[in-house]
Write a protein that binds this ligand. Sequence first.
Ligand code: BGC
Length: 422
Amino acid sequence: MNVTESCIFSAALLASSALAGLPALAQGAQRVDVLHWWTSGGEAAALNVLKQNLNGEGVVWQDVPVAGGGGEQAMTVLRARVTSGNPPTASQMLGFDIQDWAEQGVLADLNAIATKENWDKNIPAALQQFSKYKGTWVAAPVNLHSTNWIWINKKVFDDLGLKPPQNWDEFIAALDKVKASGKTALAHGGQPWQDATIFDSVVIATGGPDFYKKALIDLDPEALGSDTMKKVFERMIQLRKYVDNNFSGRDWNLASAMVIRGDAAVQIMGDWAKGEFVNAGKKPGTDFICTRFPGTQGVVTFNTDQFAMFKVGADRQAAQQKMAMAIEDPGFQSSFNVVKGSAPARTDVSDAAFDDCGKKAIADVKEAVAKGTLLGSLAHGHAARAAVKNAMYDVITAVFNGDYAPDQGVKELVTAVAGAKQ
Ligand code: BGC
């Protein structure tokens, strides 16, 4: 058995033992089993909103959590379950992965609910391109996250007389000042998806939205191998200098905790980080500051968590449909996303219940839609399919860790993408 096979084998064991432990259902009760990677404090708090909502509808929630930000491990477990003929009712899923699963013919048809509930009108086209496969709704989008944010400990900045940076030079000057004070300037976890999350922002800040689109969405070899990309890599290496030495393998929420405690000044992370701050009782504007990654204002690199629904037996379909309906309920979209840190997946949800960061997230999305600058995040599977994304992860992480100089990095990037595209 090779490493991948043994990983899938243990995932299948885990998945089947999780099922073996299911509580017996009362006569007539309905159940959804849901695979996801929302295991941090803030994520679990948000998921609870959905669980409780469904419990209220008489649906029992069978939790299948698979830890690991970005969802790579969760997707391995999912593959094992589907391959062994035991798909979950629904799985959290990102971007192009939904299209890949739909292509396999294993996802359910949600068109009847979508038509009844007007999803076509209220869910933005940028999200629909992932939720629909050849005109059929196969997933229910739950939120709209974005990756180009920084999260600042306000006291650390205030004590050093720093203001939220607006451009690259101000950002570097602020990080220098924090580093000189003896604190960790950048809280970061060295996992490929986290390195790539920084990369999303640095590409926008360095080359602008058109360059981002050309390089990461259109996968244009010239853009990938350009001097602009070389500069992106120089900047990635520059940022690495502000990270502490214990960053390798650190989970993203532990990096958030460093900023929450004031041990570090800044985290570059998607707005799920806000869920951690709020879950720790922290307030935006008072304890922490959310602002767009310096130099990316006006652009939103988004990822949307969707629950892809699998083809299941007739006995499980009613609960599945209730789940899909519950997710798109505007009241639920508000209460869930207030806790999760994301903007709603629907455009008809009021921002009244959201804090200032949430209101900004919603307004920024509106602005980006109008300007054509709402762009899929590479790091979270909304710019390119998994094979290309993973090939890019390898190069980005190697550059960040100093294994490739920028010159070599761009060459490796062009070769990696060309190989993965085939
Ligand atoms: C998901 C978020 C999640 C984050 C960290 C992202 O890929 O879209 O919902 O909070 O990973 O786990």
